[in-house]
Write a protein that binds this ligand. Structure first.
Ligand SMILES: C[S@@+](CC[C@H](N)C(=O)[O-])C[C@H]1O[C@@H](n2cnc3c(N)ncnc32)[C@H](O)[C@@H]1O
Length: 353
């Protein structure tokens, strides 16, 4: 029965013709069934840091908060569809072989892959689910039974995706351990560690994360977004409501290791930092009415992308440290590694030789 329910949820999620409400309902159904089976209730847990794990490379959020990620609907849909497309692509290449998949940071509901399993025979995939929280793995174990997926080849691994070495090469690696602007969670370190473990021609999801600095009207944009107005960033740029200051960083599985090698120790911050370069505030009309925003765009896989405001993890991040905006002022930008990774802006006039 639960397997049939999962099949129906999966059918809706991967059907491109379904309206947003039906997709949301399918994810809510999945969430409800998962909670029923495991006792874990999704909870944004903004104030509940107690069960988070503070790693040297970022915060691994607790199981209840990780379950809540499912409710970031557009994110969940695009990732699930992107992963499905990737698995089908890999299967087309070598139909006789099982696809070896590592899903790092699976959380308690393994949301991005578990609903897809009903579309594959048990022997078609070797799935490795990795999380730092044992409670999440225990939860997934219950879901495997609840959804009658026990015959699938699923291995649960408790470990740190920033350090984990898989014994064989992998055809597909999935890691969604991030917040907007690559802040707080260890997506960067996880990508650095895992990308090198892909087989030739393997697929890493997400394929790219692009961070840019722009000037926009944060409050108005957020308000329009909450009111459900269709949001096209191209429109914001073409009508001069947004100005691109600089593309800051693109993180891909191919450039992650090289970026990491560039990191050097800063005496000032006591952290390793990747020097990105300098940005200068442009001289534009009504400059002081703008906010400096770090934007995030995610290429999940193929056509599946997440642009500004499409999901919680691609919401613009206001850079208060650049205010008040003054034309011609320049900042050194770096990506600071460590237990709370983030972008840092330092005014050039405060830098010493
Ligand atoms: C943002 S949640 C995503 C949950 C789920 N994958 C989803 O997309 O709905 C991140 C998950 O990754 C786990 N995690 C974060 N950093 C990790 C690390 N370095 N090693 C293993 N697990 C990690 C957290 O415990 C949490 O379950």
């Amino acid at each position: 029965m639960s397997n049939q329910a999962l099949a129906e949820i999966s059918r809706i999620i991967i059907d491109e013709r379904q309206p947003p409400q039906a997709l949301q309902r399918a994810l809510d159904d999945y969430s409800r069934l998962c909670s029923q089976a495991t006792g874990i209730m999704p909870d944004p847990g903004f104030t509940k840091w107690a069960d988070d794990t503070f790693l040297a490379e970022g915060v691994a959020i607790n199981p209840q908060s990780a379950a809540y990620c499912l409710k970031d609907y557009q994110r969940s849909i695009n990732y699930i569809r992107g992963i499905y497309a990737a698995i089908l692509d890999l299967k087309r290449r070598t139909p006789a072989d099982p696809v070896n998949i590592l899903y790092a940071g699976c959380g308690p509901f393994a949301t991005l892959i578990l609903p897809l399993l009903v579309n594959f025979r048990a022997t078609e995939l070797n799935l490795f689910l990795l999380d730092i929280h044992q409670a999440s793995l225990d939860s997934v174990r219950k879901l495997m039974t609840f959804f009658a997926l026990d015959s699938h080849r699923i291995t649960l691994i408790k470990g740190d995706a920033c350090r984990y070495r898989h014994p064989q090469t992998l055809q597909l690696i999935v890691a969604e351990v991030m917040q907007k602007a690559l802040e707080q969670e260890p997506q960067f370190a996880v990508t650095v560690n895992l990308a090198s473990q892909l087989s030739d021609g393997g697929i890493f999801i997400p394929q790219a994360i692009h961070i840019a600095l722009c000037l926009g009207h944060w409050k108005e944009e957020k308000k329009a977004c909450l009111e459900g107005k269709a949001f096209f960033t191209e429109h914001l740029y073409s009508s001069h409501l947004r100005h691109l200051v600089a593309d800051i960083l693109s993180l891909t599985p191919t450039n992650a290791a090289a970026l990491h090698k560039q990191a050097s120790y800063s005496e000032t911050s006591g952290k390793y930092e990747i020097n990105i370069g300098r940005v200068c505030i442009p001289d534009i009309d009504r400059l002081t009415t703008f906010d400096a925003l770090l934007t995030t765009r995610i290429e999940v896989y193929r056509q599946y992308t997440l642009n500004d405001y499409a999901s919680n993890i691609t919401l613009p991040h206001k850079c208060y440290e650049l205010s008040p905006l003054r034309a011609g002022t320049c900042f050194r930008v770096c990506y600071q590694l460590g237990s709370y990774p983030k972008f840092e802006f330092t005014p050039e006039n405060s830098l010493q030789d």
